[in-house]
Ligand binder design. Structure first.
Ligand code: ARG
Ligand code: GLU
Length: 718
C-alpha cells in the first residue's frame, strides 16, 4: 500500500478567509498557494513571484545564508552584504589586536583594497527550491518498519543526488519537512571570498550587551557590513586578490521613510529550529524539568564568572564572549518558561488535543498516538534530563572537561586510526588549544568545577554519577576533588599541555591517558554514552516516528487549517506588522526607540552602556542628516510581530514594496516561547531601523562612499 501522502498545497488553496494568527515560517515556493492573498490583504504590494521566482530576479536572490549560522542580505550592486554585528563577531575579533582593536574602535574600509579577508566564512545563495517528496518517499509504505523506511529514503536521496550534475561551488540540500512527511530540495551556490567592510564599535554594535539582550526597549546598532567577491564571470572562487565584487541578481533598495505602527513587515532568512507540534506532555517536560535544570546550572556558572569579571579587567576581557554565550540561552530559557506559563500553552495544547481525539474517535490508530507519545515522553524523561545535565555541566560549563574531551579525540584517533591519522589531526588540536589557553583561568574554572560537580551529584540519579563524584561530604568534598584534579592535571597549563603534544605520539597518548582530567572526562563520558545515550536514542527514534505520524494525522484531521513546517535552517518567510505589546498588567510598550533613549541609558565608563563621544556630539547637535523620523528624532530599533528564531539574526525586515526597512537581531524576552507556542499577544521580533544603520555609516563613520553604492528610496512619497 502506498503511503497516504499529504498534499498540503492543494488542501490550502481551498482555504477560506482565515483570521491571521501571526505565526508561521513559510517556504518561499509555497507563498503563492498559501500566503499571497493574506500578505496582500495586510498591505503588501508585491506578488509571490516578486519574492520567489526561478525565472527572474526576485527578493530571494538578495538573501544569503551567512556562514551557515546567520542570515545576511545584499544591499548594493557590488555585493555589499548587511548582517548583525553579533553574526560577524568572531571575524571582527579575529582582525583585532590590542593596538588595532576593531571591536572597541570599529572599522571602516576606505577603499575596496582595505576590506579584510575572512578564511572559512562563506555566503550561500539559494537558486531554486523544489518539492521532491514523491521521489524521496518512493517505495515507502505505511507498514514498513522504521529502519527499512529510512534506508529506502537514503537510497532515494542518493539516487536524486546522483542524477543531478553540479558545477564547482554548487550543491543541493535535501531536507525533511513536517517531521518527515515531505521533502524539499534546495539548490545552492556558495561564495567563499567574503570580506569585512565595516563595523561600528561595540559601544554601538553591542550597546546594552547582556543586560539588554532579549529585552525591549532596545537601543543596539547590531549591524556589520561585508562584501562578496567573485572570480571570473561573476562565478564563485576561493579567495584571491584578483577577485572582484560580486554582481547580484537582485539587491535590496533601502527605504528612508521608516515605519509606523501597523505597517506590513516581512522577514526573510534562515531560522534554525522550532518545535511547534509537540504534544502537551513534551511542553510540560520542558517547563517542569528540562529548562529549570539548565537554567540553574548556568546561573551557578554565571554567578562565579560575573564576580571574577567584575573584580579584574583582564578576566573580564578573557571571559566576555564566553559569558555572553552562556548568558544568551540562560536568559532565553527563563523567558521561554515564563511565557509558556503566561500564555497558558498547556491549556491550549490540551484543548487542541481534545479536539484531535474527538475528531479521530473512529480512527483507532490516530486516537492512540497521543497516549503513546505521552508514555514515551515519560519514559525518555530520566535520560533526557541526565543528558542535558551532563552536557551543561561537563561539555559546556566546566572548561577543563570540555577541553579534555577534545584532547581525548587524539587518543581515540591514535588508537583507532593509527599514528598517521594522529599526526594529521594534531595541528588542529594545537590550534584549538592556542585559542583555549589565551582566555583560560584555571583558578576560576576550578570554582565552577567544584560547584557544578556538586550539583550534578546531588541532582542526578546516583546510577549516572561517576565514581569520582560519589561519597563527597558536602561542598568541602567537591572543593577537595577540584584541588586534586586541577592540582595534578597537566591540562590546566598551556606549557605543560603543549610539551605533551611535542612528545612522540605513543608517549603523548600514554601521558594524556594518565591525566586525572582525561580520566574523569572519559570515564564520565563513556558511562553516559552507555547508560544514558543508548536508551535515549532508542526512545528518541520512536518519538520521531510518532511525531511524524502525529503531524500527518493533524494535517488530515484539520483540512481547513494551514500548517507551516518547523524551522530547520532552510530559507523561510515570516510576515506581520510593526507592533508594540503589553507584557504585563499596566505596562505597554511602543514599537520604536530613538537615539534619545541611548542617551538615557548612557553610563560613562560602563562596559555595557558607555556611549562614543562622536555619537554624543551628533546627538547634541542633532546632526541627523536625512535619517531622522518626521518627529525630528533618529530611530534606533523597532518591533514587529514576525515569527523568528535563532538563525534569523541578520535577516532583512522588508516593507510592502520590497525595500529594506530594518535588520532583525533579537526577540523580546516575554515572547521567546514562540519556538514552541507562538502567541500573537507577546511574541515580537526586534530589528535595527535601517535609518540608524545609514546614520551610523554616514554621520558617525563618515563612510559616505558606502552610502553612495546603495539605493535609497522613498516608497511612501510615491
Ligand atoms: N539574543 C540574540 C541571539 O540570540 C543576540 C545574542 C548576542 N548578544 C549577546 N549580548 N549575547 O542571538
Ligand atoms: N539573536 C538571534 C540569532 O542569532 C535571533 C534572536 C532569536 O532567537 O530570535 O539568530
Amino acid at each position: 500500500m502506498k503511503i497516504l501522502r499529504i498534499s498540503i498545497t492543494i488542501i490550502l488553496i481551498s482555504l477560506g478567509n482565515l483570521l491571521f494568527a501571526g505565526d508561521g515560517m513559510w517556504l518561499p515556493l509555497l507563498l503563492k498557494a498559501l500566503n499571497e492573498g493574506e500578505m496582500q490583504s495586510m498591505g503588501m504590494k508585491l506578488s509571490a513571484e516578486d519574492i520567489y521566482s526561478v525565472n527572474q530576479g526576485s527578493l530571494k536572490d538578495a538573501i544569503v545564508h551567512f556562514g551557515g549560522f546567520c542570515t545576511s542580505e545584499v544591499i548594493s550592486d557590488q555585493g555589499l552584504l548587511l548582517t548583525n554585528h553579533h553574526c560577524g563577531y568572531s571575524q571582527i575579533q579575529s582582525h583585532s589586536t590590542l593596538e588595532n582593536n576593531l571591536l572597541k574602535d570599529g572599522f571602516w574600509a576606505q577603499t575596496k583594497e582595505d576590506e579584510l579577508a575572512n578564511p572559512g566564512l562563506f555566503a550561500r545563495f539559494i537558486t531554486r527550491i523544489d518539492d521532491v517528496s514523491d521521489d524521496v518517499l518512493k517505495g515507502v509504505t505505511k507498514d514498513m518498519d522504521e529502519v527499512s523506511r529510512q534506508s529506502m529514503i537514503d537510497k532515494n536521496i542518493d539516487s536524486i543526488r546522483g542524477s543531478i550534475r553540479l558545477k564547482e561551488f554548487h550543491d543541493i540540500i535535501i531536507r525533511p519537512f513536517y517531521q518527515g512527511n515531505q521533502y524539499f530540495i534546495f539548490y545552492t551556490v556558495t561564495y567563499n571570498d567574503v570580506r569585512l567592510v565595516g563595523t561600528p564599535p561595540e559601544s554601538i554594535g553591542k550597546f546594552g550587551a547582556d543586560t539588554d539582550n532579549w529585552v525591549w526597549p532596545r537601543h543596539t546598532g547590531d549591524f556589520a557590513l561585508f562584501r562578496i567577491y567573485a572570480g571570473p564571470n561573476n562565478e564563485p572562487a576561493e579567495y584571491s586578490e584578483n577577485n572582484v565584487p560580486y554582481k547580484p541578481k537582485h539587491f535590496l533598495p533601502i527605504s528612508l521613510d521608516g515605519v509606523e505602527e501597523g505597517d506590513f513587515t516581512m522577514v526573510f532568512g534562515f531560522p534554525g529550529r522550532t518545535n511547534q507540534y509537540l504534544p502537551g506532555a513534551a511542553v510540560e517536560q520542558i517547563i517542569e524539568t528540562l529548562n529549570p535544570a539548565k537554567i540553574e546550572i548556568r546561573e551557578t556558572a554565571l554567578g562565579i564568572l560575573d564576580e571574577k569579571m567584575r573584580a579584574d579587567e583582564q578576566v573580564r576581557i578573557q571571559y566576555a564572549s564566553k559569558f555572553a554565550r552562556i548568558a544568551n540561552y540562560w536568559k532565553k530559557w527563563i523567558g521561554e518558561s515564563q511565557g509558556l506559563v503566561k500564555t497558558n500553552a498547556l491549556d491550549k495544547k490540551s484543548k487542541f488535543e481534545e479536539e484531535f481525539k474527538m475528531k479521530n474517535k473512529d480512527n483507532r490508530e490516530n486516537v492512540s498516538l497521543l497516549p503513546q507519545m505521552e508514555q514515551l515522553y515519560k519514559a525518555i524523561e530520566p535520560y533526557a534530563f541526565t543528558r542535558d545535565y551532563y552536557s551543561e555541566v561537563a561539555s559546556r560549563n566546566i572548561e577543563l572537561l570540555s577541553a579534555s574531551s577534545i584532547i581525548g579525540r587524539l587518543v581515540s584517533t591514535f588508537e583507532n586510526n593509527g599514528v598517521d591519522a594522529y599526526n594529521r589531526f594534531l595541528p588542529r588540536i594545537q590550534g584549538y588549544l592556542q585559542g583555549f589557553y589565551k582566555d583560560y583561568r584555571p583558578e576560576i574554572d576550578k570554582e565552577v568545577f567544584a560547584a557544578l560537580t556538586e550539583m550534578y551529584a546531588n541532582n542526578v540519579n546516583a546510577m549516572y554519577v561517576p565514581d569520582q563524584l560519589k561519597n563527597k561530604k558536602g561542598a568541602k568534598g567537591f572543593q577537595m576533588l577540584a584541588d586534586e584534579v586541577y592540582g595534578s592535571s597537566s591540562f590546566t597549563e598551556m606549557d605543560k599541555m603543549m610539551a605533551i603534544l611535542d612528545m612522540d605520539p605513543a608517549a603523548a597518548v600514554e601521558k594524556i591517558k594518565m591525566d586525572p582530567a582525561y580520566k574523569l572526562s572519559s570515564e564520565w563520558g563513556s558511562m553516559i554514552d552507555e547508560k544514558v545515550n543508548v536508551p535515549y536514542n532508542e526512545h528518541k527514534a520512536k518519538l520521531d516516528e510518532y511525531q511524524r505520524k502525529y503531524m500527518q494525522a493533524i494535517i488530515e484531521t484539520f483540512p481547513n487549517r494551514r500548517f507551516y513546517p518547523d524551522a530547520n535552517s532552510t530559507m523561510r518567510v515570516s510576515y506581520g506588522q510593526v507592533n508594540g505589546y503589553k507584557p504585563k498588567d499596566g505596562v505597554c510598550y511602543t514599537p520604536v526607540t530613538y537615539l534619545d533613549g541611548v542617551i538615557e541609558k548612557y553610563q560613562p565608563g560602563d562596559y555595557e552602556f558607555d556611549v562614543h563621544p562622536k555619537l554624543l556630539e551628533l546627538h547634541e547637535k542633532e546632526d541627523y542628516g536625512q535619517y531622522a523620523d518626521t518627529n525630528g528624532k533618529v530611530p534606533v530599533c523597532f518591533l514587529g510581530s514576525n515569527h523568528t528564531t535563532g538563525g534569523n539574526s541578520g535577516s532583512p525586515a522588508i516593507d510592502a514594496h520590497g525595500n529594506l526597512i530594518g535588520l532583525n537581531f533579537d526577540r523580546v524576552w516575554e515572547g521567546t516561547m514562540s519556538d514552541i507556542n507562538y502567541d500573537k499577544s507577546i511574541c515580537r521580533n526586534i530589528m535595527v531601523d535601517a535609518r540608524f544603520v545609514l546614520f551610523i555609516i554616514d554621520k558617525f563613520a563618515g563612510a559616505s562612499h558606502l552610502i553612495d553604492e546603495m539605493k535609497l528610496v522613498h516608497p511612501k512619497a510615491e
